[in-house]
Write a new protein. Structure first.
Length: 209
């Protein structure tokens, strides 16, 4: 059975969404990204991954996979009949990688990461100046499309859904991009996405109680 180390509402939410959309049963381990501890047993999370970051996917053979793009691709390929990634040989498979990379680099690392980890205005000035231009890209792409890649939900949609959810607490109102606002509403209406988010919101509340 696959195992996912996660922190509620962190980027590992995209992996939970993908697992649930694929109907893949997994064990979930809460790893506190601030204290670097595994909540189950209080052990050092860096013993699981020296990076000390989620997601970490433990494969059936015990090997560990990190980085959202890789983890999401693995989940999609673990159950190809779920259709969460284009098959080998399909040109859209490269579009999937394009969007996974874009969300990870341009929204997550360039904006969300510094917003939630750095507090001084100097460090935040450049990311905040860039985010409007960054979000214009998926906004234009989704103006006449339901999904990021092809005609069905993919792991790229799981990744972007998570990123858009975090924009509001990061101080960005996506209502100024109507296509993104409508897209997020469609994604949140999906039963697996809704359940994954509800699960992590509830867990997050227990950590802050």
């Amino acid at each position: 059975m696959l195992q996912l180390y996660f922190f509620p509402m962190a980027c590992s939410l995209a992996s939970r969404i993908a697992l649930m959309e694929a109907g893949i049963e997994a064990r979930y381990h809460l790893a506190h990204i601030w204290t670097k501890t595994v909540v189950d047993d209080g052990s050092d999370f860096r013993g699981v991954s020296p990076k000390g970051a989620v997601p970490v996917l433990v494969l059936e053979n015990g090997e560990r996979l990190t980085e959202s793009a890789a983890v999401l691709q693995y989940i999609a390929d673990a159950k190809p009949e779920a259709g969460l990634a284009p098959r080998l040989g399909d040109p859209d498979r490269y579009r999937l990688q394009e969007w996974l990379s874009f969300v990870g680099a341009e929204i997550h690392k360039a904006f969300l990461f510094p917003t939630f980890w750095y507090k001084d205005d100097g460090s935040l000035a450049k990311p905040r100046a860039r985010i409007t231009h960054t979000l214009a890209v998926p906004s234009a792409h989704l103006a006449d499309r339901e999904f990021l890649v092809g005609d069905s939900f993919s792991v790229a949609d799981a990744h972007l859904t998570w990123a858009l959810l975090l924009l509001r607490p990061a101080g960005v109102d996506i209502a100024q991009w109507p296509s993104l606002f409508a897209y997020l509403g469609r994604m949140q209406a999906r039963p697996a996405v809704r359940e994954a988010i509800a699960t992590e919101v509830a867990l997050r509340k227990t950590l802050t109680a």
